[in-house]
Design a protein. Structure first.
Length: 376
């Protein structure tokens, strides 16, 4: 079987062809110029005054071609090889951390494709660097805030002179802020693990509706303290997946609904088959809480991002980033609809799979691997 030639290999061959044509052009041009010079000298009778041994004439012509070819190469290489020189300078700047450099894209040649890909690469590197800096700044801010609180209240306790009520209050603040730091560290470690994970292991069949009920009971102290009503409408469904990972999704989404819904509010949790796609299960968590504006909704899944009203709740902006990553690992998607002062709805769509489908997928992957190996 013939091996498929990739676009990169085709472009590499095209560049090689350009180099060959350039060298061929220089050689032919040098030969033509040498012949023209010889004919001009012969026409004016100047060759008669030059005593040359006939056997040395080919050598002289060869040397003349080399000299003329070198001069032509020096003159033309600056023009023809300018894109490569610009690429070299651009790579040098990128290696020094300058991601603002861009190459001028000319025409539709293979070199222009290289310039285009270089610009795309630098843009992505710049975005990654910006994201890294934002991540560090946000993490430093979120980490510093509870540390300052712990330091300040611990210092007050050491000074003494406080009433029993004040001491208890300060100790509670220190405990809460310490717990916040522990949660933040755990969430960062988990999110880092999820981002470096490509497949889900430890899958098993479990009752998804029962898992959702357990999560609601686990959060009872929170919605009970706010006198909220939680309404579960769950169809019976056995799902094949990693229950522990998905548990993080339900706890975060339901926990957020509780957190941002006022006292006496209502939270609805629905589980059913997606009416638009029978191969998907759908979980919707709807509240009538404070809601979000459009700008907040668009950024809600970013690391460390929190809406203006969330800072008072002691969150760290990592929960929904983990939720999105887990859902993506499961092959699903998550959507959010929200309106200020009217409430929010999170909808999680998960593909329905079973052991037989997973075995079939593994079999297909193995066959593809064997076929690919056979083509090489």
């Amino acid at each position: 079987m013939h091996k498929r030639i990739s676009d990169e290999e085709k472009r590499l061959r095209s560049i090689n062809a350009y180099v060959v044509l350039f060298v061929f052009f220089i050689m032919v041009s040098a030969g033509i110029i040498c012949v023209m010079i010889y004919n001009v000298l012969s026409a004016f009778g100047l060759m008669k005054h030059i005593e040359v041994v006939p056997m040395l004439m080919p050598l002289i012509m060869l040397c003349s071609c080399v000299i003329i070819g070198s001069i032509l190469s020096a003159m033309l290489s600056g023009i023809l090889l300018r894109p490569l020189n610009d690429l070299k300078e651009g790579l040098l700047k990128v290696s020094k951390g300058d991601f603002s450099v861009r190459l001028e894209e000319n025409g539709n040649s293979e070199l222009s494709h290289i310039q285009e890909n270089f610009n795309i690469m630098v843009k992505e590197l710049g975005n990654t660097e910006l994201f890294r800096n934002d991540f560090i700044n946000d993490f430093s801010h979120e980490f510093k805030t509870p540390m300052v609180s712990v330091y300040g209240f611990a210092k007050q306790l050491k000074k003494g002179g406080l009433t029993k009520e004040q001491e208890d209050e300060y100790i509670d603040i220190i405990i809460n802020e310490s717990q916040r730091l522990i949660n933040m560290s755990s969430n960062i470690l988990m999110l880092n693990k999820l981002e470096n994970q490509e497949i889900i292991t430890d899958k098993k069949e479990f009752s998804l509706d029962e898992e959702l009920r357990r999560c609601v009971l686990q959060l009872q102290s929170q919605w009970g303290a706010k006198n909220q009503e939680v309404i579960p409408e769950l169809c019976e469904f056995n799902y094949y997946g990693n229950s522990e990972m998905l548990k993080q999704v339900w706890l975060n989404v339901i926990g957020n609904a509780i957190k941002y819904t006022q006292d006496g509010g209502t939270i609805e949790i629905r589980l059913d088959i997606n009416p638009k796609n029978s191969n998907e299960i759908r979980v919707r968590v709807t509240d009538n809480g404070i809601g979000m504006d459009k700008a907040t909704t668009e950024r809600i899944f970013e690391k460390f991002y929190q809406g203006d009203s969330s800072h008072a709740t002691g969150g760290n902006g990592l929960g929904l980033a983990m939720v999105k990553r887990i859902v993506e690992l499961c092959g699903g998607r998550i959507r959010v609809k929200s309106e200020l002062n009217k409430g929010t709805q999170f909808t999680v769509y998960l593909p329905i799979e079973n052991k037989e489908n997973e075995k079939e997928d593994k079999k297909k992957k193995s066959l593809n691997t064997v076929n690919t190996a056979g083509l090489k």
